[in-house]
Write a protein that binds this ligand. Structure first.
Ligand code: URA
Length: 212
C-alpha cells in the first residue's frame, strides 16, 4: 500500500466526552489525513452549543485558516447577509465545515483553494459527527456539494435535492442548498441577484423547519 493511502486510511478520533471544548481541543491535534501539514490550524465549528440550526460548509478558506474561525472571509460575509435576509441572527446558529483544515496549493505567492476529496472528507467526518452529537441541532443545513456529500455520500446531487427536508443518520432533518461562494462566482449581476434570492429562500425554509 503506498504511504499516502495508509495516511488516508485513518479516521479522526474525537474523545467520547460531553465537553465541546475538549473535543475542539483534540481536533487541534488531528493528523488523520495529510491536510494538517499545509494548514495553519484546525478550524473547528463555532456557535451556541444548543443551536437549533447547524450550518456546514466545505472547508476553511484562506481567511478562515489564518483567523481560526469558520466563514469569516468573503463567502462568510455573503452568508451572514443572506442569514439576516432570512431573519436569522448568525450568533444563534452553529457554523462549521465538513473538512477542518484548509486544502490549498501554491500559485506564485497565492494559496489556491483545492476541493477536498472523498477520503479527506471521510477522514474528517468524525469531527462533524462529534459536533452533531454535542449540539444536537433540529436541522442541519448543508452548504454545497462537499457538505452534502459528507452527510449523504458521493452520489448526492444538490441540484436535485436542493431545499427538500431530508433525514440522515447524522441529523433528524437535513436541508441542502448551494455554497455561498457560488453566489460570488455568478457571471453577472442579474444571476447573482437571482441566486442570492434563492439562497435566502432556502434559509427561510430552514428557519420554518427548525421551528416546527
Ligand atoms: N468556505 C467554506 O466552506 N467554509 C468556510 O469556513 C469558508 C469558506
Amino acid at each position: 500500500m503506498p504511504v499516502i493511502e495508509k495516511e488516508y486510511a485513518r479516521l479522526a478520533t474525537p474523545p467520547a466526552t460531553s465537553s465541546w471544548g475538549e473535543v475542539r481541543d483534540a481536533s487541534r491535534e488531528c493528523m488523520a489525513c495529510h491536510l494538517y501539514k499545509r494548514a495553519t490550524q484546525t478550524v473547528f465549528g463555532e456557535g451556541p452549543k444548543d443551536a437549533l440550526i447547524m450550518l456546514v460548509g466545505e472547508q476553511p478558506g484562506d481567511y478562515e485558516d489564518v483567523a481560526g474561525k469558520p466563514f469569516v472571509g468573503p463567502a462568510g460575509k455573503i452568508m451572514d447577509q443572506a442569514l439576516e435576509g432570512a431573519g436569522i441572527d448568525r450568533s444563534h446558529v452553529y457554523v462549521t465545515n465538513a473538512v477542518k483544515h484548509f486544502k490549498w496549493e501554491p500559485r506564485g505567492k497565492r494559496r489556491i483553494h483545492k476541493k477536498p476529496n472523498s477520503r479527506e472528507i471521510a477522514a474528517c467526518r468524525p469531527w462533524l459527527e462529534a459536533e452533531l452529537r454535542l449540539v444536537k441541532p433540529k436541522l442541519l443545513v448543508c452548504l454545497g456539494a462537499t457538505a452534502a456529500q459528507a452527510v449523504f455520500g458521493p452520489s448526492f446531487r444538490v441540484t436535485r435535492e436542493r431545499g427538500k427536508v431530508l433525514s440522515s443518520r447524522f441529523a433528524p432533518k437535513v436541508l441542502a442548498t448551494v455554497h455561498p461562494s457560488s453566489l460570488l462566482r455568478q457571471p453577472d449581476e442579474e444571476s447573482r441577484q437571482r441566486e442570492y434570492k434563492r439562497f435566502v429562500l432556502d434559509l427561510r425554509t430552514a428557519v420554518k423547519v427548525a421551528a416546527e
